[in-house]
Design a binder for this molecule. Structure first.
Ligand code: DX5
Ligand code: ZN
Length: 220
Protein backbone atom coordinates (compact mmCIF):
# COMPACT_ATOMS: atom_id res chain seq x y z
CA UNK A 1 0.00 0.00 0.00
CA UNK A 2 1.39 3.40 -0.93
CA UNK A 3 1.76 6.32 1.47
CA UNK A 4 -0.04 9.55 0.73
CA UNK A 5 -0.12 12.94 2.36
CA UNK A 6 -3.59 14.52 2.29
CA UNK A 7 -3.23 18.26 2.88
CA UNK A 8 -6.26 19.65 4.74
CA UNK A 9 -7.38 22.95 3.22
CA UNK A 10 -8.89 23.87 6.59
CA UNK A 11 -5.50 25.44 7.31
CA UNK A 12 -4.97 26.99 3.86
CA UNK A 13 -5.01 30.75 3.30
CA UNK A 14 -8.49 31.44 1.95
CA UNK A 15 -7.43 34.73 0.40
CA UNK A 16 -5.58 32.61 -2.20
CA UNK A 17 -7.00 29.12 -1.77
CA UNK A 18 -6.43 28.16 -5.41
CA UNK A 19 -2.74 29.02 -5.28
CA UNK A 20 -2.31 26.99 -2.09
CA UNK A 21 -4.00 23.98 -3.70
CA UNK A 22 -1.84 24.24 -6.81
CA UNK A 23 1.23 24.49 -4.57
CA UNK A 24 0.56 21.04 -3.05
CA UNK A 25 -0.41 19.69 -6.45
CA UNK A 26 3.00 20.77 -7.80
CA UNK A 27 4.58 18.82 -4.95
CA UNK A 28 2.85 15.66 -6.22
CA UNK A 29 -0.07 15.49 -3.80
CA UNK A 30 -2.67 12.94 -4.92
CA UNK A 31 -5.18 13.70 -2.13
CA UNK A 32 -6.75 16.94 -0.98
CA UNK A 33 -8.54 16.73 2.36
CA UNK A 34 -11.72 18.79 2.68
CA UNK A 35 -12.91 19.24 6.26
CA UNK A 36 -16.63 20.00 6.43
CA UNK A 37 -17.87 21.07 9.86
CA UNK A 38 -21.48 21.92 10.79
CA UNK A 39 -21.13 23.49 14.26
CA UNK A 40 -23.31 20.68 15.64
CA UNK A 41 -21.38 17.44 15.35
CA UNK A 42 -18.22 19.50 16.00
CA UNK A 43 -17.98 22.97 17.62
CA UNK A 44 -16.80 24.81 14.48
CA UNK A 45 -18.34 25.64 11.12
CA UNK A 46 -15.97 25.46 8.15
CA UNK A 47 -17.14 25.37 4.51
CA UNK A 48 -19.31 23.30 2.14
CA UNK A 49 -20.44 22.57 -1.41
CA UNK A 50 -19.84 26.00 -3.01
CA UNK A 51 -16.15 25.93 -2.07
CA UNK A 52 -15.77 22.33 -3.26
CA UNK A 53 -17.52 23.17 -6.55
CA UNK A 54 -15.24 26.15 -7.10
CA UNK A 55 -12.02 24.19 -6.58
CA UNK A 56 -13.07 21.05 -8.49
CA UNK A 57 -11.87 22.28 -11.91
CA UNK A 58 -8.46 23.19 -10.45
CA UNK A 59 -6.94 19.72 -10.23
CA UNK A 60 -7.57 15.99 -10.70
CA UNK A 61 -6.47 15.26 -7.15
CA UNK A 62 -8.62 12.89 -5.10
CA UNK A 63 -10.97 15.23 -3.21
CA UNK A 64 -11.23 13.47 0.12
CA UNK A 65 -14.31 14.97 1.76
CA UNK A 66 -14.46 14.50 5.54
CA UNK A 67 -17.99 15.18 6.76
CA UNK A 68 -17.89 16.19 10.39
CA UNK A 69 -21.63 16.77 10.32
CA UNK A 70 -24.73 15.21 11.88
CA UNK A 71 -26.80 12.90 9.67
CA UNK A 72 -24.40 13.17 6.68
CA UNK A 73 -26.77 11.12 4.48
CA UNK A 74 -28.59 14.42 3.88
CA UNK A 75 -25.60 15.80 1.95
CA UNK A 76 -24.04 12.83 0.12
CA UNK A 77 -25.68 13.79 -3.17
CA UNK A 78 -24.76 17.47 -2.80
CA UNK A 79 -21.08 16.72 -2.19
CA UNK A 80 -21.05 14.14 -4.96
CA UNK A 81 -22.54 16.73 -7.34
CA UNK A 82 -20.02 19.34 -6.13
CA UNK A 83 -17.09 17.10 -7.08
CA UNK A 84 -16.13 14.83 -4.18
CA UNK A 85 -14.16 11.71 -5.07
CA UNK A 86 -14.51 10.15 -1.65
CA UNK A 87 -16.85 10.87 1.24
CA UNK A 88 -15.92 9.94 4.78
CA UNK A 89 -18.66 9.96 7.39
CA UNK A 90 -18.41 9.65 11.14
CA UNK A 91 -19.89 6.45 12.55
CA UNK A 92 -20.97 8.53 15.55
CA UNK A 93 -23.03 10.81 13.28
CA UNK A 94 -24.99 8.09 11.44
CA UNK A 95 -28.08 6.27 12.65
CA UNK A 96 -27.79 3.88 9.66
CA UNK A 97 -24.07 3.76 8.79
CA UNK A 98 -24.38 0.73 6.52
CA UNK A 99 -27.03 2.49 4.44
CA UNK A 100 -24.98 5.71 4.15
CA UNK A 101 -21.99 3.77 2.81
CA UNK A 102 -24.23 2.18 0.16
CA UNK A 103 -25.53 5.65 -0.69
CA UNK A 104 -21.95 6.89 -1.27
CA UNK A 105 -21.06 3.84 -3.36
CA UNK A 106 -24.28 4.26 -5.37
CA UNK A 107 -22.92 7.66 -6.45
CA UNK A 108 -19.75 5.96 -7.67
CA UNK A 109 -17.61 7.49 -4.92
CA UNK A 110 -15.17 5.92 -2.48
CA UNK A 111 -16.38 5.48 1.10
CA UNK A 112 -14.65 6.29 4.36
CA UNK A 113 -15.65 5.59 7.94
CA UNK A 114 -14.28 8.00 10.56
CA UNK A 115 -13.99 7.29 14.29
CA UNK A 116 -13.36 9.85 17.01
CA UNK A 117 -10.55 9.09 19.47
CA UNK A 118 -12.90 7.70 22.15
CA UNK A 119 -14.92 5.51 19.77
CA UNK A 120 -14.24 1.77 19.92
CA UNK A 121 -13.04 -0.14 16.87
CA UNK A 122 -15.89 -2.59 17.49
CA UNK A 123 -18.16 -0.11 15.70
CA UNK A 124 -16.51 -1.40 12.49
CA UNK A 125 -17.24 -5.09 13.11
CA UNK A 126 -20.18 -5.45 10.72
CA UNK A 127 -19.42 -2.70 8.24
CA UNK A 128 -15.67 -2.40 7.59
CA UNK A 129 -15.94 -4.44 4.36
CA UNK A 130 -17.89 -1.51 2.88
CA UNK A 131 -15.14 0.99 3.66
CA UNK A 132 -12.58 1.95 1.05
CA UNK A 133 -10.69 3.84 3.78
CA UNK A 134 -10.97 4.10 7.57
CA UNK A 135 -10.15 7.42 9.21
CA UNK A 136 -8.97 7.35 12.81
CA UNK A 137 -9.08 10.82 14.32
CA UNK A 138 -5.90 11.57 16.22
CA UNK A 139 -7.45 14.69 17.75
CA UNK A 140 -10.97 15.51 18.88
CA UNK A 141 -12.37 16.96 15.67
CA UNK A 142 -13.29 20.58 15.19
CA UNK A 143 -10.07 22.52 14.93
CA UNK A 144 -6.78 22.47 13.08
CA UNK A 145 -3.49 22.92 14.93
CA UNK A 146 -4.24 20.62 17.88
CA UNK A 147 -1.85 18.16 19.52
CA UNK A 148 -2.01 14.49 18.51
CA UNK A 149 -3.57 12.34 21.25
CA UNK A 150 -0.88 9.70 22.03
CA UNK A 151 -3.44 7.04 23.00
CA UNK A 152 -4.67 6.92 19.38
CA UNK A 153 -1.41 5.32 18.22
CA UNK A 154 -2.24 1.94 19.76
CA UNK A 155 -5.68 2.16 18.18
CA UNK A 156 -4.11 2.56 14.73
CA UNK A 157 -1.96 -0.54 15.27
CA UNK A 158 -4.93 -2.52 16.59
CA UNK A 159 -7.00 -1.60 13.54
CA UNK A 160 -4.16 -2.50 11.16
CA UNK A 161 -3.88 -5.89 12.82
CA UNK A 162 -7.65 -6.48 12.60
CA UNK A 163 -7.79 -5.51 8.91
CA UNK A 164 -4.74 -7.64 8.07
CA UNK A 165 -6.25 -10.58 9.93
CA UNK A 166 -9.44 -10.17 7.86
CA UNK A 167 -7.33 -9.94 4.69
CA UNK A 168 -8.59 -6.40 4.03
CA UNK A 169 -6.06 -4.05 2.44
CA UNK A 170 -8.09 -0.99 3.44
CA UNK A 171 -5.81 2.01 4.08
CA UNK A 172 -5.98 3.71 7.46
CA UNK A 173 -6.14 7.50 7.31
CA UNK A 174 -5.20 9.62 10.32
CA UNK A 175 -6.21 13.22 10.89
CA UNK A 176 -5.10 15.74 13.45
CA UNK A 177 -1.85 16.84 15.02
CA UNK A 178 0.38 15.20 12.44
CA UNK A 179 3.61 17.12 11.86
CA UNK A 180 7.35 16.59 11.49
CA UNK A 181 7.58 15.30 15.08
CA UNK A 182 4.60 12.92 15.03
CA UNK A 183 4.43 11.59 11.45
CA UNK A 184 6.87 8.72 12.11
CA UNK A 185 4.68 7.57 15.00
CA UNK A 186 1.51 7.27 12.90
CA UNK A 187 3.38 5.60 10.03
CA UNK A 188 4.95 3.03 12.38
CA UNK A 189 1.49 2.44 13.86
CA UNK A 190 0.11 1.53 10.44
CA UNK A 191 -1.36 4.65 8.80
CA UNK A 192 -0.94 5.10 5.04
CA UNK A 193 -2.99 8.24 4.32
CA UNK A 194 -1.82 11.14 6.44
CA UNK A 195 -3.92 14.28 6.82
CA UNK A 196 -1.99 17.40 7.70
CA UNK A 197 -3.31 20.94 7.76
CA UNK A 198 -1.21 23.36 9.77
CA UNK A 199 1.98 21.36 9.15
CA UNK A 200 1.53 21.85 5.39
CA UNK A 201 -0.14 25.23 4.95
CA UNK A 202 1.55 27.06 7.82
CA UNK A 203 4.57 28.71 6.17
CA UNK A 204 6.37 27.58 2.99
CA UNK A 205 4.04 24.97 1.51
CA UNK A 206 6.46 23.18 -0.82
CA UNK A 207 9.13 22.90 1.85
CA UNK A 208 6.57 21.69 4.42
CA UNK A 209 5.15 19.11 2.02
CA UNK A 210 8.56 17.70 1.08
CA UNK A 211 9.68 17.62 4.72
CA UNK A 212 6.65 15.50 5.68
CA UNK A 213 6.75 13.11 2.73
CA UNK A 214 10.47 12.55 3.30
CA UNK A 215 9.33 10.45 6.28
CA UNK A 216 7.50 7.98 4.01
CA UNK A 217 9.24 4.59 3.83
CA UNK A 218 10.69 4.14 0.34
CA UNK A 219 8.87 1.29 -1.41
CA UNK A 220 11.42 -1.42 -2.16
C1 DX5 B 1 -10.66 18.23 12.47
C2 DX5 B 1 -9.81 18.49 11.26
C3 DX5 B 1 -8.33 18.74 11.60
C4 DX5 B 1 -7.49 19.02 10.39
C5 DX5 B 1 -6.05 18.67 10.63
O1 DX5 B 1 -10.24 18.77 13.58
O2 DX5 B 1 -9.92 17.35 10.45
O3 DX5 B 1 -7.88 17.62 12.29
O4 DX5 B 1 -7.88 18.31 9.30
O5 DX5 B 1 -5.50 19.75 11.25
P1 DX5 B 1 -3.96 19.78 11.72
O6 DX5 B 1 -3.17 18.96 10.74
O7 DX5 B 1 -3.58 21.23 11.71
O8 DX5 B 1 -3.96 19.18 13.09
ZN1 ZN C 1 -10.40 15.85 8.43
Amino acid sequence: MEYNLAPSILSADFTHLGEDILAVKRCGAKYLHFDVMDGLFVPSISFGMPVLKSIRPLTDMFYDVHLMIKSPERYVDDFADAGADGITVHAEACVHLDRVLDQIHDRGLKTGIALNPATSLSVLDYVCEKADMILLMTVNPGFGGQKLIPGTLAKISQLRAILDQKGLSIPIEVDGGVNDETIDLVIEAGAHVIVAGSAVFGGEIGQNYRKLTAHFPQSV
